[in-house]
Design a protein around this ligand. Structure first.
Ligand SMILES: *Cc1c(COP(=O)(O)O)cnc(C)c1O
Length: 394
């Protein structure tokens, strides 16, 4: 019985007996990305100051952000960047409307609660994106709202929210829009020359396919410049981080030097793949291979194809009495594939990520491994039982 996946092609991760991570980050990285970390940098060294400046420029370029925007890196996981974004860019006397369709939207509400920012939520079901009509109506009904927050791809389910339409609605209503683009930036095109956003936050270890440890916020400079003293936390003060970087190119506190070098290397790989458009095409191919393959085994996706992002896919648990998620997980892991448990409010599910340094053939091997594991478990079909009608989760 095979206990490792077939050897990866050149430039893919998951080699040398390491598992392929079909998870939304940390994820499978290229050997070259990890190799870029193999030296030390002094944080005040000219070489590291140049590395920081280069990564900031490259991240702005990925989103086609012109002179109106700046990129401020933030140490930590993605949530640190979101917490810095909301805590700094939503004024202390402002009011944030959060569009909630899953765990990451709910986390934004928790961030506001801790930071003492007035906020309200507009909640949709987990399988239903918010609409521009609903946002417009809510902004008319709630004049106190100054800022709106949207999760671009809600990783809880893998749904792609209609960023352009929501951005237009928020801008027409004269409010600022802040986006959590954590699981889309670098993998799904975002054109800041066309989108009226105030800011977006993302991290290195999702579609940029680098190692975890740094996030960043791309923000309109004119707005950021007005946010001195706003932040609720010293280390998460995006304005102070930005003024420090602008003054001497240095980070205020210990920078994640190797992590930044890995990100610079990962950006080379992204360029080599044809940029965001090339990666977007690869993710769709991987996602199609996954969805078609598991549907062929009887599985059903939570989402309709029209709202599925090519980032992570939620499958409903099979109804077969022989099904057991932990056994499925463990046996796939023994074959070299790590999947992700579901986090749905209403039914048992599991998730499979499409992002990371591997190609569609790796997903074909994953589907074969899943078929073999189902046979071993005696699960005749991946078909789920009936599900209660999708409803807004509370
Ligand atoms: C991953 C992710 C985050 C940040 O999660 P961390 O565990 O802090 O990196 C935030 N929002 C979304 C949509 C994500 O997918």
């Amino acid at each position: 019985m095979p206990s490792t996946p077939p050897p990866p092609a050149e430039g893919e991760g998951g080699g040398g007996g390491e598992p392929v991570l079909l998870t939304p980050g940390p994820l499978t990285t290229r050997p070259e990305t990890r190799a870029a970390m193999d030296r030390d940098w002094g944080s005040r060294d000219a070489a590291f100051i140049e590395l920081t400046a280069r990564v900031r420029r490259r991240l702005l370029a990925l989103a086609n952000a012109g002179d109106a925007f700046t990129c401020v890196p933030m140490q930590g996981s993605g949530t640190f960047a979101v917490e810095a974004q909301l805590g700094t860019l939503v004024p202390r006397d402002g009011h944030l409307l959060i569009l909630v369709g899953g765990a990451y939207g709910r986390r934004m509400a928790e961030i506001c609660r801790r930071a003492g920012r007035a906020h309200s939520v507009l909640e949709t079901g987990e399988a239903v994106p918010p609409t521009a009509v609903a946002v417009t109506a809510r902004l008319e009904a709630e004049p106190a709202v100054t800022d709106v927050a949207l999760v671009h791809c809600e990783t809880t389910t893998g749904i792609l929210n209609p960023l352009a339409r929501i951005a237009a609605a928020v801008s027409e209503a004269g409010r600022r829009l802040h986006v959590d683009a954590m699981s889309s930036f670098g993998g799904i095109p975002i054109d800041l020359a066309r989108l009226p956003l105030a800011s977006l936050a993302a991290s290195a270890n999702k579609c940029l396919e680098s190692v975890p440890g740094v996030g960043f916020v791309v923000a309109r400079t004119d707005h950021l410049a007005q946010c001195a003293g706003n932040a609720h936390a010293v280390s998460l003060d995006l304005h102070a981080q930005w003024t420090g970087l602008e003054a001497n190119g240095q980070w205020r506190f210990t920078p994640p030097t190797q992590v930044l070098a890995a990100l610079d290397g990962a950006l080379d790989a992204l360029d080599g793949e044809g940029g965001v458009a090339g990666r977007f095409a690869r993710y769709w191919e991987t996602c199609r291979t996954l969805v078609d393959g598991l549907r062929g085994l009887g599985f059903e996706t939570l989402l309709e194809d029209a709202v599925q992002a090519p980032i992570i896919v939620t499958f409903r648990a099979p109804a077969d009495a022989a099904w057991d998620f932990q056994t499925f997980y463990d046996r796939l892991a023994a074959r070299g594939f790590v999947i992700y448990p579901g986090k749905l409010a209403q039914a048992e599910s599991f998730r499979v990520g499409c992002i990371g340094a591997f190609r569609a053939d790796t997903m074909t091997h994953f589907v074969e491994a899943a078929a073999a594991v189902l046979r071993e478990m005696g699960v005749a079909s991946g078909a789920p039982g009936s599900l209660p009608q999708d409803r807004p989760s509370v």
